[in-house]
Ligand binder design. Structure first.
Ligand code: SF4
Length: 497
């Protein structure tokens, strides 16, 4: 069969686009949006290794999962709505034979949550097929869509990933890497992506390095992944991070790296440090558990509280709460018990149970908190609705005082680089002082970690991060049309005390 002629997108005969129950564990935090994985290992079961890689990246996206494999003559894609463990089983993994593979877990930011937007996306080029999986968000999608439409390229989905795939599909270069060398400079915004051809796995990262991408090695073969935790799970070691603007391809010879677009001021999303990436992942040489613990320590120095017990909002507040307790000398303990099996589920809890809301995820340990002055540590507050309910629940369980400590600064600017937050006037910290936010939430006191304290806690000397959702300093220019949809800009300065 000619190359690229066969590209079945395996799809079960049912659509599972029922309303998703948002059971995200952090609840009032920004939503991470995607994880990617790619491996070239002809001797091994690459679909299964990709499954495990995605399993380790599940926290980055719970709406859909997909794997594309190549047997060096055809590419097959299987993608479906749901968690990795819901989408794949023995049968589906066995139906994906190949020597190289990529995978994706998704939380939608651009494009709605439905099957056709699940990734990897596949496209036929003149000379070969490709499959593409993307983490991040382009800010010039509309402009590129218009250009593609003018050239007659049909787009089937609402995702920015399809725009990248379409640009690559229409490019006349025989070698997809040549197409990438022309297409990548046209892309604006955040992108860390993996691409599968019949013979190569290719990774590329935007010139600001907003989203992470790492290179690993296992048994002489190479792996690309959003986080090192996905390397650990398959026994791979970290080789290095893919630098901003680099193209990396894996093939029979090993790996190759080329600077394909000029590197800009590096701007890794600082929320990878605060909350997105797993605490056991290593970013810029720092284990995130240790960095988050330092955030708690600095928070304790900046904003002490007289209290009997430090408790985290599990799981994302745990590392910072441990640091806060260690530095303050206040006892650390559990005060909120999380349902360990919570995740995104397709089972509708019914209206009656839905009203219980937060209690499906967290339940206070009344015996531990009754009569106590609590320091409650969480990673961030976006709209504040869940935090308000949490505070109320802890008071109802008998807490005497609740001193809320947040291991990041107030969020007052929206994200355009792929993190689902809110429009500016939905942020509880927008146009409110810290004391006003505390009153809104019902906490005895509230304090946020300073931006300086946050950057110090990362442990990256001279580290260069995107901090736009705190500072409004967007590293990559955002078109006015996008800003208009999410900004109440003229009032934003008033929100900072
Ligand atoms: S705006 Fe905030 S969430 Fe978005 S990339 Fe920058 S730091 Fe991350």
């Amino acid at each position: 069969m000619p190359r690229g002629d066969s590209l079945p997108a395996l799809r079960p005969d049912h659509d599972r686009d029922e309303e998703l129950l948002d059971n995200h564990p952090a609840m009032d935090s920004p939503r991470e949006e995607c994880g990617v994985f790619g491996i070239y290992a002809p001797e091994r079961d690459v679909a299964r290794l990709t499954f495990f890689g995605l399993f380790a990246l599940q926290h980055r996206g719970q709406e859909s999962a997909g794997i594309a494999v190549s047997d060096q003559s055809h590419i097959m894609v299987y993608r479906e709505m749901g968690l990795v463990s819901q989408v794949f089983n023995e049968q589906t993994l066995r139906s994906l034979p190949g020597q190289l593979a990529i995978g994706h877990v998704r939380y939608s930011t651009t494009g709605s949550s439905e099957w056709r937007n699940a990734q990897p996306l596949h496209r036929c080029r003149d000379h070969a097929a490709i499959a593409l999986a993307h983490n991040g968000n382009l800010v010039n999608t509309d402009e590129l869509r218009e250009q593609l439409a003018d050239r007659g390229a049909g787009l089937e989905t609402t995702s920015d990933t399809e725009v990248i795939a379409a640009l690559l599909a229409e490019h006349p270069a025989d070698d997809v890497k040549d197409a990438l060398r022309h297409v990548i400079p046209q892309l604006r915004g955040a992108f860390s992506a993996v691409l599968l051809t019949e013979n190569e796995v290719i990774g590329f990262r935007d010139p600001y390095g907003v989203r992470p991408l790492v290179l690993g090695e296992t048994e002489g073969r190479y792996v690309l992944a959003s986080e090192t935790s996905a390397l650990d799970i398959i026994g791979a070691r970290l080789v290095r991070e893919i630098d901003p603007g680099e193209l990396c391809w894996l093939d029979e010879e090993g790996y190759h790296i080329e600077q394909v677009v000029g590197r800009r001021q590096e701007s890794l999303c600082v929320f990878e440090f605060i909350y997105f990436a797993r605490p056991d992942s290593v970013v810029k040489g720092q284990t995130l558990y240790a960095a988050r613990s330092r955030m708690g320590e600095i928070l304790a120095e900046e904003s002490p509280a007289e209290a009997d017990l430090v408790i985290p909002v599990p799981d994302t507040g745990i590392s910072a709460a441990i640091g806060y307790a260690a530095r303050s000398g206040i006892t650390y303990g559990e005060g909120l018990i999380k349902n360990r099996y919570i995740g995104r589920t397709f089972i509708d809890p019914s209206d009656e149970l839905r009203k219980l809301g937060i209690r499906m995820k967290l339940n206070p340990l009344a015996s531990a908190i009754r009569g106590k002055k609590l320091v409650v540590v969480d990673d961030s507050i976006v709209r504040g609705n869940t935090t308000r309910k949490l505070v109320q629940m802890l008071f109802e369980a008998g807490a005497a005082e609740i001193h809320l400590r947040i291991s990041s600064p107030p969020i007052i600017f929206p994200c355009f680089y792929g993190i689902d937050m809110a429009t500016q006037d939905e942020f509880i910290a927008f146009e409110r002082s810290v004391n006003q936010v505390a009153a809104e939430i019902g906490a005895t006191s509230l304090a946020y970690l300073s931006l300086e304290g946050l950057l110090q806690a990362t442990g990256v000397p001279g580290g260069s991060f995107c901090t736009a959702c705190f500072s409004g300093d967007y590293p990559c220019e955002v078109p006015e049309s996008l800003k208009a949809a999410k900004f109440r800009f003229e009032k934003a300065a008033a929100a900072i005390e």
